[in-house]
Design a protein around this ligand. Structure first.
Ligand SMILES: [Zn+2]
Length: 249
């Protein structure tokens, strides 16, 4: 097939996706399978993501990693290692700047460029986009869909971005939200000046312990830990229309 025809076919597929898309972001999965979706944001980063990969492999778990291109560029090999281990790679942004603060035309271009760059790096199609902080305007949502991506937020969080909490409190948060079809938010990195943001001092988090506890809690409830793409083999997405106002432009 010529490149042009491949491009047209892809355009057609994306146009159909857009037309059929419910307004909003994916928040959970409706599924008959005993599965929980684990997601990691803000990486990958050597020294943490690779250790999480070992842990997940030892427990036969998979996850969806929402990566920042500001990190992918520093370690494309680690990004590809995610796929080699059976995980899913999705886009969290070119950097970690709040989408609600970016002019619509600039955001639109960032979505297209971000998807293309990530797909070029990993050699695979990218399906999902998670906006930093979960902030998406309605215009931003249209740009995400127009770039052929589906926005995903979460139904529960281990709150590992909150500096005021202890790991025991984070584990309690995971325990409260770990149920069939949940999309659980965790982080393999804390976004910083390297990612275009200053979100204060980095929280003290034992990420490996948190991951291990999430796996234990899930196992105790008979839940397999899966990437979003895998969980959708036996389920379908649940959407919620949550939009923020544009600000600070
Ligand atoms: Zn993030």
């Amino acid at each position: 097939m010529s490149l042009r025809r491949a491009g047209l076919r892809r355009f057609g597929r994306d146009a159909i996706r857009f037309a059929l898309a419910p307004v909003g972001s994916v928040v959970s999965v409706r599924t008959s399978a005993p599965e929980l979706v684990l997601t990691y944001d803000d990486g990958p980063v050597a020294g943490m993501t690779d250790r999480l990969l070992e842990l997940l492999a030892s427990r036969s778990a998979t996850a969806t990693f929402f990566v920042l291109l500001s990190r992918v560029r520093r370690d494309p090999a680690l990004t590809r290692a995610l796929l080699e281990d059976g995980h899913e790679v999705a886009l969290h942004g070119i950097d970690h700047v709040d989408a609600a603060t970016i002019a619509p035309d600039v955001f639109r271009r960032r979505m297209h460029d971000g998807r293309r760059e990530l797909e070029d790096t990993i050699g695979r199609e990218v399906r999902w986009y998670r906006p930093p902080y979960g902030h998406l305007t309605f215009a931003g949502w249209r740009s995400v869909r127009d770039a052929g991506l589906t926005p995903v937020i979460w139904s529960t969080s281990v709150r590992d971005g909150a500096a005021a909490l202890t790991d025991d409190q984070r584990i309690a948060a995971a325990r409260a939200g770990a149920r069939r079809g949940a999309i659980l938010l965790a982080h393999d990195n804390f976004a910083s000046a390297l990612d275009g943001v200053d979100d204060g001092p980095e929280p003290q988090v034992d990420r490996l312990r948190l991951a291990s506890e999430i796996l234990d809690i899930s196992a105790a409830r008979g839940l397999r830990v899966r990437s979003l793409g895998e969980a959708l083999e036996a389920g379908r997405v649940v959407n919620r229309g949550v939009f923020v106002r544009p600000r600070g432009r």
